[in-house]
Design a protein around this ligand. Structure first.
Ligand code: WTA
Length: 655
């Protein structure tokens, strides 16, 4: 689909500078300091990153080559350097911060735990020794299939410590998905738990492992099982071992394996627009640097902060901003195992109050869901400890942004809307909160050393404000993916072929406004073509959500004889789903509303009301499914990864 003239029709004019209070404590506290960083990076990209890598990482053997582009698009950073990520995240803090809390944990039932850096070190070393005793060595793959408990992070670091490549599979995925990922990675071991708790229910993780292994996964020799939920499990002699037995008698120190900076740290499977999930492969040195710099630039992390990123470790956000980034900078990270609505919609705010969370990072979908429940929940709690808010995963519509800003942040806290991807390893485009004014709905400007741009079909910079195009990155960056595991050709095809190897293609469309701010317009395949006018689906969604009765909306295109494409909108309203007369009246009202907000061209042709949208467990709307339903086609795709499979009937208009 060509991207020329993607029209941007939603112009947001509000601007929010950081407060003096925030600025007075910030690491990068002025536009001048920030501009200096960006211009340093522009002047000498390689030297900029090389210098940071030297000062921010503890190297066992220093590197002499900063960037090797000889095998482009396979870029290698700091190649001849040697390091260990677990050492950099834990050991190097032991001397000064051994007794500092590294992880604060809260379970759904309210049980809490604190682990100091010293304790974390011991736990990681014992498990690392336990893995070695099971024959796991440098370069072996280990699948981690765990609930959101500290042991998930311990398992990741134990692997990193001995050079084993972990592949975390989200605990909400089915046995079938687990099997596919184990087999593609050729994993030797699985680290799991009897079960995890979410929404009061036990998710039987070990049982899913058994099911996966019954149908394949011949490479797996060991399953290590953490006792967590207390549900009954079958243990197969010779293969399965309790975590407590695996670490019994193991020393609480373990020399880290010093690996080359390019050694794979982990694989993380993510879905593409077509085909089987891709095993995104990340490296050791560059990835670590990306997480450290973004913790400092974007989250402005300080020694006293309590940092809470609500993402599960099964997603990249849980890798970079739970398991690695916060620890690499010696911070305190909070982990919560359960659902945001147990016992009620105030749980997140209750946790923020009790643990004095200072930085809160979550997804727009969570914000909108909690917004729908009403202000009375957050208003019951003291949120004054929070100083910075963040979002990730999808565009945040200005209405949700304003709610977050006013109701949660009390107009005191900057919001960092962070654009990045599993592939990019770390945040790429985001406000640096003490220096960059924010605009609701924009992820603002690329971070220093990130050469993001918006280009047309030929790869030329768009240049014109508010004209959409392809989001690309024009120079390699340290935390970028290295390849797709087992499928290097797909790496080249997906990310590099569009512009003949010159630019990294993100797969998103975007525009830049007159100030150079980036506005994401959705995935490339989510662009509608209505009567020759191109429209980002997100912009129609944003307009719908701006209506006072609408909580959430998803818009897809369906073929239309006259217009090329018609707009089909799925709408969730606050309160009860409208039916009959009310539904008809509201449909008319919303069509007029969108016409007024954007223009008659964007008027949805169909509006269907449902209680919820079809979401994957990470909160992403399954657009492909919505497209199929909008076209009245047969559903052939796998819907087992849906959080709410039973919503399909309603979406079809049959319930
Ligand atoms: C989308 C999550 C708008 C985008 C870290 C991207 C966003 C995809 C934002 C990657 C944002 C992520 N604004 N869109 N702030 N952040 N996206 O791999 O389409 O789960 O390509 O990584 O999410 O999703 P992924």
């Amino acid at each position: 689909m060509t991207q020329e003239n993607i029209e941007s029709v939603l112009i947001e004019k509000r601007v929010f500078p950081p407060s003096d209070e925030f600025r007075s404590r910030a690491r990068i506290a002025s536009k001048k300091d920030y501009d200096k960083l960006r211009s340093d990076a522009n002047k000498d990209h390689e030297a900029f990153w090389g210098e940071l890598a030297k000062t921010e990482i503890d190297w066992h053997k220093p590197f002499t080559t900063t960037l090797d582009s000889s095998r482009a698009p396979h870029f290698a950073w700091f190649t001849d350097g040697e390091l260990n990520v677990s050492y950099n995240c834990i050991d190097r803090h032991l001397k000064d911060k051994g007794d500092k809390t590294a992880i604060v944990f809260e379970g759904e039932k309210g049980d809490t735990r604190h682990l100091t850096y010293k304790e974390l070190h011991q736990e990681v070393c014992r498990l690392a020794n336990g893995l070695k005793a099971k024959g796991i060595a440098n370069g072996d793959r280990v699948v981690i299939y765990m609930p959101m408990v500290p042991e998930a992070v311990i398992a990741m670091h134990a692997c990193a410590r001995i050079g084993a490549i972990h592949s975390v599979v989200f605990g909400g995925f089915s046995a079938e998905s687990l099997k596919d990922r184990i087999e593609d990675a050729g994993a030797k071991a699985v680290i799991t738990a009897d079960g995890g708790t979410r929404g009061g229910k036990v998710v039987a993780l070990k049982a899913a492992c058994d099911e996966a292994l019954d149908h394949g996964c011949k490479t797996i020799k060991t399953i290590i099982v953490l006792k967590r939920a207390g549900n009954a499990v079958n243990m197969k002699t010779g293969r399965d071992v309790w975590w407590s037995d695996a670490v019994k008698g193991q020393a609480d120190t373990c020399d880290p394996v010093w690996n080359n900076a390019e050694h794979p740290l982990f694989l993380l499977y993510t879905s593409g627009s077509t085909g089987k999930p891709k095993g995104i492969q990340h490296c050791t040195g560059g990835y670590l640097l990306g997480t450290i710099m973004t913790m400092k630039w974007v989250f402005d992390i300080q020694d006293s902060d309590i940092f809470w990123c609500t993402a599960d470790v099964g997603w990249v956000t849980g890798h970079s901003y739970v398991a690695y980034g916060p620890l690499a900078v010696g911070g305190t990270v909070l982990m919560y195992e359960g659902a945001p609505t147990v016992p009620d919609a105030g749980r997140f705010w209750d946790i923020c109050e009790r643990h004095k969370v200072t930085i809160f990072y979550t997804a727009p979908t969570a914000i909108r869901a909690l917004m729908k429940m009403g202000e009375e929940y957050p208003n019951k709690y003291d949120l004054s400890s929070i100083r910075l808010l963040g979002t990730v995963g999808e565009p945040i519509n200005p209405e949700a942004w304003m709610w977050y800003y006013q109701v949660i942040g009390k107009e005191r806290c900057p919001i960092v809307d962070t654009w990045w991807q599993t592939e990019t390893g770390a945040i790429m485009i985001s406000p640096v909160p003490g220096a960059v004014d924010t605009k609701p709905g924009s992820c603002t400007l690329p971070l220093p050393g990130i050469a993001a741009d918006v280009v047309d079909e030929e790869g030329n910079s768009i240049g014109t404000p508010d004209k959409g195009g392809y989001l690309v990155v024009k120079k390699p960056w340290p935390a970028m993916l290295r390849t797709i595991w087992n499928d290097d050709q797909r790496y080249i095809d997906t990310y590099w072929s569009k512009f003949n190897g010159r630019y990294y293609l993100a797969g998103d469309s975007a525009r830049q406004d007159k100030d150079g701010y980036f506005w994401m317009m959705g995935r490339i395949d989510d662009v509608l073509n209505i009567s020759g006018h191109r429209l980002g689906t997100m912009e129609v969604e944003s307009a719908l959500v701006a209506h006072e009765r609408v909580a959430e909306a998803a818009v897809v295109g369906r073929p239309d004889d006259i217009k090329g494409e018609a707009i089909f909108a799925y709408v969730v309203i606050k309160g009860k789903r409208p039916v009959d007369g009310d539904a008809e009246a509201l449909t008319r009202e919303l069509r007029e509303w969108v016409a007024k907000e954007i223009g008659p061209i964007a008027k949805p042709d169909d509006i269907r009301f449902s209680d919820n949208l079809p979401k994957t467990r990470s909160g992403k709307i399954m657009r492909r499914l919505l497209r199929v339903i909008a076209r009245g086609e047969e559903i052939t795709q796998d819907t087992s990864t849906l959080e709410n499979e039973d919503i399909i009937k309603q979406l079809r208009g049959q319930a």
